[in-house]
Design a protein around this ligand. Structure first.
Ligand code: ATP
Ligand code: MG
Length: 321
């Protein structure tokens, strides 16, 4: 089984990235041949500061390694080190009906949030299809927001195979129901570009401040809250707490007499503790940046070895060779 997933260096990584994509990806590295990339081409659709892109790209590598990505088991690389992704994207683009992209929610959500709609943002799912198909990937671990994009990938793979003969593996999304959509501090999907994130590796004070700012409803402390599971802070707590702590907190809220301030304080304590081992590994990595650079260099080489073969297969199938 080959596994493929990517993450954009469009900002600082957050709990939604971790539980939706990084943690499942790290677990899957034990079960197959895993390829994880830092989607720097994709980040160009929303980030236009070159230095920030460089900095965030490094940070994604450090943070992913700190969280447990093992370069002995999984290939970690930077998307633009494998320019074949872009060639295949053009090939697929020419088979992609406009309507398929016009229906994509992620694009519509982003422009609704005020991100200016450029062609790259509109065509994002086509590049993503190329990212996946160029590794003959079987499984794609992602959050719910990417489900539709993996469906576009499947459509494009089938279209190409119908038009030019069997060339691509048709991949399956792997979405964990319990972490499909981690809410941000405002209750919308936590996103780097929505300013509603809780960082994985922020300063203690800053993380506490973000957690204390999570939007709750206006019910008073004494009021019982039968819908406690729906609460934004509780949904995040579910990911970081052990079952007993989670159940106790939910029961306290349901019974009434337990305020939202208490919930947030508990969430902060558990959250900070949850990432303590990763924080320690991250300190070690920061002192050894040569190692991080080497991981990316070797990753790019391995990735390119596969991508160039699949790209050649596609070029031959459609008459470019
Ligand atoms: P941007 O706002 O720039 O799109 P993002 O925070 O959405 O950034 P991406 O790099 O687009 O992050 O996504 C990386 C992975 O993280 C994807 O698999 C995506 O599904 C997953 N992911 C992102 N946000 C969440 C979330 N709130 N809950 C679950 N998974 C998420
Ligand atoms: Mg996104």
């Amino acid at each position: 089984m080959r596994i493929l997933s990517g993450i954009q260096p469009s900002g600082i990584l957050h709990a939604g990235n971790y539980f939706g994509m990084m943690k499942p990806s790290i677990e899957l590295q034990e079960q197959g041949e895993a390829f994880y990339f830092i989607a720097d081409y994709h980040s160009m659709t929303s980030l236009t500061d070159a230095n920030l892109r460089r900095e965030y790209t490094k940070r994604v590598a450090i943070d992913f390694l700190a969280c447990g990505l093992d370069p002995e088991k999984a290939v970690l690389f930077k998307q633009s080190d494998v320019p074949e992704h872009v060639e295949l994207s053009w090939i697929l683009s020419s088979l992609c009906p406009m309507g398929l992209l016009e229906r994509c929610h992620s694009y519509k959500d982003k422009i609704a949030k005020g991100i200016s709609p450029n062609h790259g943002l509109f065509a994002y799912p086509v590049l993503m299809a190329a990212d996946i198909l160029i590794y003959d990937a079987d499984v794609v671990p992602v959050g719910q927001d990417q489900k539709q994009h993996v469906e576009v990938t499947r459509d494009l793979a089938n279209k190409f195979n119908d038009q030019y003969g069997e060339t691509f593996v048709v991949p399956e999304p792997r979405i964990r129901r319990d972490v499909a959509k981690v809410p941000g501090t405002d209750g919308a999907k936590m996103s780097k570009s929505y300013n509603n994130t809780i960082d994985i590796f922020g300063e203690e004070k800053a993380i506490k401040k973000r957690i204390m700012s999570i939007v709750m409803d206006s019910r008073g402390m004494d009021e019982p809250k039968p819908d406690a599971e729906e609460n934004n802070a509780i949904q995040i707590l579910k990911n970081v707490a052990d079952e007993q702590t989670y159940n106790e907190t939910v029961e306290l809220l349901k019974a009434g007499g337990y305020g939202y301030g208490h919930v947030k304080k508990k969430l902060f304590e558990v959250y900070w503790e949850h990432f303590a081992p990763a924080r320690k590994r991250r300190e070690e990595l920061l002192a050894n940046m040569d190692y991080v650079d080497q991981v990316l260099r070797e990753g790019a080489e391995k990735a390119r070895g596969i991508a160039s073969v699949v790209n050649k297969r596609a070029r031959a199938a459609c008459g470019l060779e």
